[in-house]
Design a protein around this ligand. Structure first.
Ligand code: C2O
Ligand code: CU
Length: 458
């Protein structure tokens, strides 16, 4: 396969850049949000000022054992409000980090103590849950690895965070966060794709080595179509949750906010390279390159065994579960004529003037009433219909769900599901985490422009 290593925006003229790093000192148990500059673009470009934690963009990895306590003082060193959300971790409601729903927003200069135990092993991430279009586009997130009690049989692991950035010719984050086209179309897409903030990530591997790859899509709205070359891979976990049996894969999709744990065996020859390939409009790009230096052993391992399951409650029989259908409408080229905004029915023109373009069940933005009020440990079904011409990645807070297939079978546990245009897909979950939980599109321009609802669990 002929891979172009360097994918990049248009050429730039000579640049003068005067960025200053305002990186803050790191205290062990705090995460302080602030500005920091890194060499994101190739070396002939200036550094890019990002927002990160403790002077690091991406923020520091949080790594702990399943069942351990996670305590972090979030210090808001930005000049605007913020909060932290622990994406995919089944936290108590008051730790979920959603301003106006589970806590007050954290003011500039303010702080909030997050303190909870992590019930599930797997790959998660933390990110701002305020002004997300801008704060995530500037890099305000970090990774969380929750280790299984017993380490699986692998040689080593790598976390790979996939992002795309919208950069100017001076390699600055483009500040068109209010772009109406992004809000009403596919969201904010970037022009510069990275793995771990590197446009040309190279990792050394050995032949027959088994790696665990923890993939995280942290982008605002890019759907990554990925493939493995020179690597024999198994899908081991989705959105943190282990599959009942490893699934051998070559090609797969990772929507915004989704994670995937892969085990891969290096099959490329010594002196060659293996690749995590991104397929973009039919063209392959090296999303990560694995140069093969030497061999880990002469022989391949046996195929992997499943990771141990997390303690997630089993669904009650689906047939008797209550249903709360969700209809997604709106956006450019859609059929929506009007929707409720702040209690009044408004036409598309008025909605657009308010920066709103999307509705769930006829309401734009967080509705007064929840999508459903569930009693403790009730199994709830949500058939979701995407009646728009854009894909959406729906994320439920506080719970993992399973897809209910048309034949009544159920899919793996997930916290974020991708719906392509005109698809109807149904999810079911056990509502066993009390509180008010948001359920929204993770294309961040879409949630800002209306795609959010909530469920109440008593
Ligand atoms: Cu990862 Cu409500 O978000
Ligand atoms: Cu969306």
């Amino acid at each position: 396969m002929n891979l172009s290593r360097r994918q990049f925006m248009a050429a730039s003229a000579a640049i003068s850049f005067t960025g200053t790093s305002i990186a803050r000192a790191s205290t062990t148990n705090s995460l302080k949000a602030g500005k920091t500059s890194i060499q994101l673009a190739p070396p002939d470009y200036p550094k890019t000022e990002l927002w990160g934690f403790n002077g690091q963009a991406t923020g520091p990895e949080i790594r702990l054992k399943q069942g351990a306590r996670l305590t972090r003082l979030f210090e808001n060193g930005l000049t605007e409000t913020s909060s932290l959300h622990w994406h995919g971790i089944r936290v108590p409601n008051e730790m979920d980090g959603v301003p106006g729903v589970t806590q007050d927003v954290v003011q500039a200069g303010g702080s909030f103590l997050y303190d909870f135990t992590v019930p599930d092993a797997g790959t998660y991430w933390y990110h701002s849950h305020q002004n997300t279009v801008e704060q995530l586009a500037r890099g305000l997130y970090g990774t969380i690895v929750v280790e299984e009690p017993d380490a699986p049989d692998i040689d080593r692991e790598e976390t790979i965070v996939l992002d795309d950035w919208r950069l100017t010719q001076k390699a600055e984050i483009h500040t068109d966060f209010e772009n109406p086209h992004d809000f009403s179309h596919a969201g904010r897409l970037g022009n510069f794709v990275t793995s771990n903030n590197n446009y040309d990530l190279n990792l050394k591997v050995r032949r027959n080595e088994r790696l665990r790859l923890r993939l995280i899509n942290s982008s605002n709205s890019r759907i990554f179509d990925l493939a493995l070359v020179g690597l024999d891979g198994w899908m081991m976990a989705l959105d943190g949750m282990p599959l009942a049996a490893p699934e051998s894969i070559e090609q797969f999709t990772l929507a915004p906010a989704q994670r995937m744990d892969l085990f891969v065996d290096v099959t490329a020859e010594i002196g060659e390279s293996a690749y995590l390939v991104r397929v973009d409009r039919g063209e392959p790009f090296a999303q990560a390159t694995f140069g093969v230096k030497g061999a880990a052993s002469d022989m391949r391992r046996e195929p992997p065994k499943a990771l141990p399951p997390n303690p997630v409650a089993a669904l009650a029989p689906i047939a008797s579960a209550r249903k709360a259908p969700l209809l997604m409408e709106g956006g450019a080229m859609g059929v929506m004529r009007s929707a409720r905004l702040n209690g009044a029915e408004e036409n598309m023109r008025t909605l657009a003037q308010a920066g709103m373009y999307w509705a769930f069940n006829g309401t734009v933005g967080l509705p007064e009433e929840p999508l459903i009020e569930a009693s403790a440990s009730e199994t709830i079904r949500v058939p979701i219909t995407n009646h728009t011409v854009f894909p959406h990645a729906m994320h439920l807070h506080g719970h993992h769900f399973r897809e209910v297939r048309p034949d009544g079978g159920t899919g793996p546990l997930r916290d974020t599901i991708l719906l392509y245009p005109d698809e109807t897909r149904e999810i079911a979950f056990v509502a066993d985490n009390p509180g008010d939980w948001v359920f929204h599109c993770h294309m961040l321009a879409h949630v800002t422009a209306g795609m959010i609802t909530w469920i109440k669990v008593s």
